[in-house]
Design a protein around this ligand. Sequence first.
Ligand SMILES: [Zn+2]
Length: 350
Amino acid sequence: MVEVLALEFGALLVLHQMKHCGCYFLLIWCVGRWIYDGSVNATNRRQFLGLLGAAGFSAAVPSSAFGLYAAPVQESFTFLFYTDAHLQPELNGLVGTDMAFKKGRTIKADFAINGGDHVFDALGVPKQRALQLFDLYDKTEQDLGLKLYHTVGNHDVCGVYPASGMAEDDPLYGKKLFEQRFGKTYYSFDHKGYHFVVLDSVGITNDRSYEGRVDAEQLKWLAGDLAGVPAGTPIVVVAHIPLVTAYLAYMPEMPVPPPHHSLSVANANEVLALLDGHNVIGVLQGHTHVNETVTWKGVPYVTCGAVCGNWWHGTHLGTPEGFTVVTLAGGKMTTRYETYGFKSVAPQNT
Ligand SMILES: [Zn+2]
């Protein structure tokens, strides 16, 4: 729904309500171009109109007189993508994660996204250990000094392996610990004319393990979210377990195949079908601890190296410990990898 709210002092204020969530976006048309867009803080239209009234604006043009709703204007910016920190006190993993955040602090960025596997590990350890690791992570993250968005990784899921000793009805079981600490496991947000979609690619299986999967409820949400994005808006997608990767092509052969489809998203084709037709400029992924870009139908699926490298044992298939600096400019995504000077105390480089 588009409403034109006010035409004052040569400026046009347009309020656009997102179909799927009911949130409002504000656009201002001034001196011949769109100069601002963003979510409106007022939680409903009445409040917003009150704010406009207080500012001296009035509703002047009926919505039917205005049929144009263009993709918002983009501004260039940089953000940081940290993934697979696998924070642990052992092997200097806590020190390393802290070093990575402190290095990030020296780079001019608007915010950061953690691509998942914040800790090592919550899947198969007693609850107390998982809580201790999440506490350490929370504390360490403060050293980045930036707004940080979180993506759920398989190692962030609490107590799912029976070896953890956790009961399935525990209030922190599965993704509940993550939700308690960081909020929803999938969501979207907008920044400077770009739309971000953070997916939950971790499927918990009936035998208390995991696979790469985006469940049916989330697919429905994703379809609705994308439907509310103005046509042409550049979109960046984030998923911990890769949607598209060539990792299987070059990783060492596994002596025993894993019990589940866990290196990539088993139903990625369903996600890709929903993304098709939208202006997806890049997909950021983690999980495999390598730097790799696979372009499929013009979309770069960028898997990023891990903060922990080879699980704090040096390089993994040639990728050292580090994080990714992502720049969005002119509707395009570019990335560069930054190492941060960590030296493994027990190197086993691959
Ligand atoms: Zn992972």
